[in-house]
Design a protein around this ligand. Sequence first.
Ligand SMILES: Nc1ncnc2c1ncn2[C@@H]1O[C@H](COP(=O)(O)OP(=O)(O)OP(=O)(O)O)[C@@H](O)[C@H]1O
Length: 270
Amino acid sequence: MSSTDNSNSPVLELKGIKVHHRARTGSLFRPNIVKAVDGVDFTVHRGETVGIVGESGCGKSTLASVLVGLQEPTAGEVLFQGTKVNSRASSSKKTFGRAVGVVFQDPATALNPRMTIQDILTDPLQVHGIGNQQTRLAKVRELLSLVGLPQSAAEVTPHQVSGGQRQRVAIARALCLDPSVIVADEPTSALDVSVRAQVLNLLSDLKRELNLGMVFISHDIQTVRYVSDRICVMYYGRMVEEGPAREVFDRPTNDYTKSLLGAAPSLLHV
Ligand SMILES: Nc1ncnc2c1ncn2[C@@H]1O[C@H](COP(=O)(O)OP(=O)(O)OP(=O)(O)O)[C@@H](O)[C@H]1O
């Protein structure tokens, strides 16, 4: 993989991505195919947040799995810094795993409840053979302060902190290996309304401070508007609209985008 970083080029790019599944219905000879993702082109640059919005079942999570290298597409290419990533090749998989961090919806299930937060944060470093015990502990201290958690959080387990703090731990873990991109799949949906804005602001601050490419996935168009520089609207496995956040909101061109905006409460201009 190339290590060159041309800021005008996307850090992560999808070209013609399809993910088709064989449905349980249908026969052996005439299977029904579910087109979870059906020909998606997508880019994210360093220092920008790209929001992907669409209703349940439109293929958002499947696309997220492709972006983080967990799902092999049926067709299409994934490029990291301009170089094709083959998620089946282990060397490519390892480098890709370091380059792209992921934050899932529910930190209560994404984090091992039996590990201390310190162990959760040092584990990826150990797996990748990075540093020694001393430098790993220094990294834990740095990560905790980066995500706004007290140093004392290192000693406790995820269930001993609040839901919002747990998602901060999950974000710290996603940052452990100094990724270039963070993919956040519904990162605030499982949280109390009172802490959602704090987590969204944290993600935006980290994007800016660390010059990350951020992919923010949600069914909630208002949340997407709040954090995104650019928005992609997904419908039945396809991107039906893409553009700067303000343009998509103020002058949507696609009927589905218009219906999404029409269905959202009028608190759009946050
Ligand atoms: N392994 C699979 N086998 C068959 N169909 C699948 C599989 N994975 C996903 N699908 C189908 O693909 C479509 C897209 O699913 P996906 O989970 O990506 O949507 P989503 O937009 O993330 O929805 P949600 O927000 O509800 O998770 C859905 O119709 C889903 O049922």
